[in-house]
Design a protein around this ligand. Structure first.
Ligand code: PAF
Length: 304
């Protein structure tokens, strides 16, 4: 029987009653198959699973979509119950940030580029809420999706820097039949824009093909993706970037695994996608070994 609590004290008691290894999946609700795949990964490797649903105001800037963010708690809870979650925490903003709240977690360099440049303050909000959720749910392992790759790097940096005693597991992006990465924000897209948005995946595939053909100049890999996006003139490109997957430093020549990521606005909706190169690393084992990894960490065997 799944337990649902919204107060920290009730959460502490319910968490204390869980035995064995506990996996956690943190969400902002509006759940889709991508979230469910995180829960399934947590289920497979732990004795119990805790999920959270909280649309975190701290990670939205003024003028962003906090108010419009899709919310359907009853549907989300039914999905979590069906996939075997043991405990769900659904706090409100006043519980998470009571009057007088004034502490935040800021990871400096890894928050600076990519999404951090487009959305100043976003990762401070993410790191702060995730630190609180780690303390509240006390998981042995927490599961995050590849699609928000920079978020993974920020959280892993924070976990190492602040000594959170848990493992981070990174699960591959789930895609619709068209290749479009699953995202709660896809709900904002009209049917036409949804079809257009699959161009992000085709752009990544073009970069993967260029890599497979032996291209190792980051600018040329970016150009391969850019060519597809420009030729289909499907949206406004915010960035296409090649970065070190551990530190997010920009890369010019690809000698080791890299993260190629892009952000494109389609019908005004910001969409993100990314791939590791070589693409064989886009698995739970590969992503977990590489994305936000401690520098010098061992890579998985298959890195052609
Ligand atoms: O990825 C998300 O949904 C959010 O950024 C997270 C990790 C739940 C923090 O609010």
């Amino acid at each position: 029987m799944m337990q649902v609590v919204s107060e920290p004290e009730a959460l502490r008691q319910a968490r204390a009653a869980l035995s064995g290894r506990v996996g956690a999946v943190f969400t902002m609700g509006a759940l889709h198959a991508g979230h469910i795949s995180l829960v399934e990964a947590a289920r497979a490797a732990n004795d119990a699973v805790v999920a959270t649903i909280f649309v975190n105001p701290l990670q939205f800037r003024a003028g962003e979509d906090f108010a419009a963010y899709p919310r359907d708690l009853a549907r989300d809870l039914a999905m979590l119950e069906q996939v075997g979650v043991d405990l769900v925490f659904t706090p409100d903003a006043a519980t998470m940030y009571p009057p007088g709240f004034q502490t935040s977690v800021h990871t400096r360099r890894v928050s600076r580029g990519l999404e951090g440049a487009q959305r100043p303050g976003h990762f401070r909000g993410v790191a702060t809420v995730v630190a609180k959720l780690f303390n509240l749910t006390r998981p042995d392992a927490a599961y995050f999706g590849q699609k928000d790759a920079q978020q993974v790097v920020v959280i892993r940096r924070m976990v190492r820097d602040l000594d959170f005693p848990l493992d981070i597991v990174v699960c591959p992006t789930l895609r619709e039949g068209s290749g479009l990465a699953m995202s709660s924000r896809n709900a904002y897209l009209s049917p036409q824009a949804r079809a257009q948005a699959a161009v992000l995946y085709r752009a990544l595939a073009a970069a993967q093909q260029a890599y497979a053909d032996g291209e190792r100049a980051a600018a040329a890999l970016v150009q391969a993706a850019h060519g597809v996006l420009a030729s289909e003139s499907a949206g406004h490109i915010e960035y296409i970037s090649v970065n070190d997957p551990a530190t997010l430093r920009p890369i010019k020549w690809v000698h080791r695994p890299v993260l190629l990521s892009l952000a494109v606005r389609v019908e005004g909706v910001r969409l993100l996608d990314n791939t590791l190169l070589p693409p064989v690393l886009n698995t739970q084992a590969g992503l977990t070994a590489v994305l936000g990894a401690a520098q010098g960490a061992a890579l998985p065997a298959a890195t052609p």
